[in-house]
Design a protein around this ligand. Structure first.
Ligand SMILES: NC(=O)c1ccc[n+]([C@@H]2O[C@H](COP(=O)([O-])OP(=O)(O)OC[C@H]3O[C@@H](n4cnc5c(N)ncnc54)[C@H](OP(=O)(O)O)[C@@H]3O)[C@@H](O)[C@H]2O)c1
Length: 332
């Protein structure tokens, strides 16, 4: 099979696209004929060596995938050949990466694709959808009628948070970097969408948040959270969700945090158990069937262009180029 893999960490150009042996599914594994994969920032951190996870070279890159079951190991009970599936969390902790024509994936990490959902859509919504769902629900305890603020409301995770929070009956405030992204975010029902370049940004958030009785969940997708700004905008018992910024060391206003009974929750999606992630997978597929989940594809490339895809992801997540609106999806 053809696959995108690395033999050492480094710049995007270390990614090779060449033949690798077809994987043999183990007893609980499903062999997936991959229809589409998507790039996530974590893929670029692993490839560059910035995040040191135990990997063996040659290492097939990538977490997300969607495709069709080609065959199943002897103990697989959830799937059969011909089923359409999607999943994430591959290429981590010794699991095979997804950027290949074929991937052997434990049945625990796969979910049935809902009717009508293409492989490109399913791959685009995989890791980011699960992350948003975990953050809002398992960690954030979102309740209907609460107010959610999303910094970066059309980013991979942010766009998913906006859609899921709206589907759960929340009022949503989001920030974006352009008029086009404002329109996209509004099309998902976000109640207040603000340009993060605006000089009166915090006043506008504050005015709206006050009318709502404060922000119940602040979903921070940025790598440098600004707590002096966030904490005063929170409702009593509000939850601040942190999921990015490994090296960030922001200042923190302790007084207004504790006297308002605030909580701060950090999480990494890859720590969630297969059962927890399967709950998210089921909920995400159901949202798609209800028309409440629209995974965004910002750029469609061929799997052979994996190095370009990584460079583009880095330009946006780290370089903040703002040239992407949706996920980078690749097809074998
Ligand atoms: N903990 C976890 O489990 C987990 C899971 C997934 C991702 N992550 C991390 O979460 C972060 C976001 O991931 P992602 O996939 O959503 O990245 P992404 O798709 O690159 O999104 C980045 C977002 O940041 C926005 N942004 C840029 N500058 C901004 C500013 N000054 N103020 C507000 N928003 C700004 C962008 O908005 P515009 O496009 O409008 O400019 C875009 O919406 C990454 O650091 C990633 O590593 C963590």
């Amino acid at each position: 099979m053809k696959a995108a893999f690395i033999e050492k960490t480094g710049e995007p150009q270390v990614i090779q696209y060449a033949d690798r042996p077809d994987p043999e599914p183990g007893p609980t594994e499903v062999l997936v004929e991959v229809g589409a994969v998507a790039v996530n920032p974590i893929d670029t951190y692993i490839r560059s060596g910035a995040v040191k996870l135990p990997i063996e070279f040659p290492y097939i890159i990538g977490c997300d995938l969607a495709g069709t079951v080609a065959s199943c190991g002897s103990d697989v009970t959830r799937f059969k050949a011909g089923d359409r599936v999607w999943g994430s969390n591959q290429g981590l902790f010794g699991r095979n990466g997804s950027f290949a024509e074929l991937a052997a994936v434990d049945q625990d990490w796969l979910y049935p694709s809902p009717e009508g959902m293409s492989d490109t859509e399913a791959a685009a919504g995989a890791l980011v959808g699960i992350t948003a769902h975990l953050g809002l629900n398992l960690h954030g305890g979102l309740q209907e009628g609460e107010t959610v603020f999303v910094n970066g409301g059309t980013g991979g995770v942010g766009g998913s948070v906006v859609q899921m929070a709206k589907a759960a009956g929340a009022t949503v405030i989001a920030t974006v970097g352009s008029d086009e992204k404002k329109q996209l975010c509004e099309s998902w029902g976000a109640d207040l969408v603000l340009d993060y370049h605006a000089s009166d940004l915090d006043e506008q958030i504050s005015q709206f948040a006050e009318q709502q009785g404060g922000i119940n969940i602040w979903f921070e997708t940025q790598r440098e959270p600004t707590f002096d700004r966030t904490v005063p905008l929170m409702a009593q018992r509000g939850r601040i969700i942190l999921m990015a910024g490994r090296d960030a060391r922001p200042e923190f206003p302790v007084g207004p945090f504790y006297v308002n009974d605030l909580r701060m929750l950090g999480f990494a999606m890859f720590n969630a158990s297969p059962a927890e992630q399967r709950e998210c997978g089921k909920a995400i597929s159901a949202l798609y069937s209800q028309g409440a989940w629209h995974p965004q594809i910002g750029k469609l490339l061929s799997l052979s262009e994996a190095a370009e895809a990584h460079a583009l992801q880095e330009e946006n997540t780290i370089g903040r180029a703002g040239t992407l609106s949706g996920k980078i999806v690749l097809q074998p």
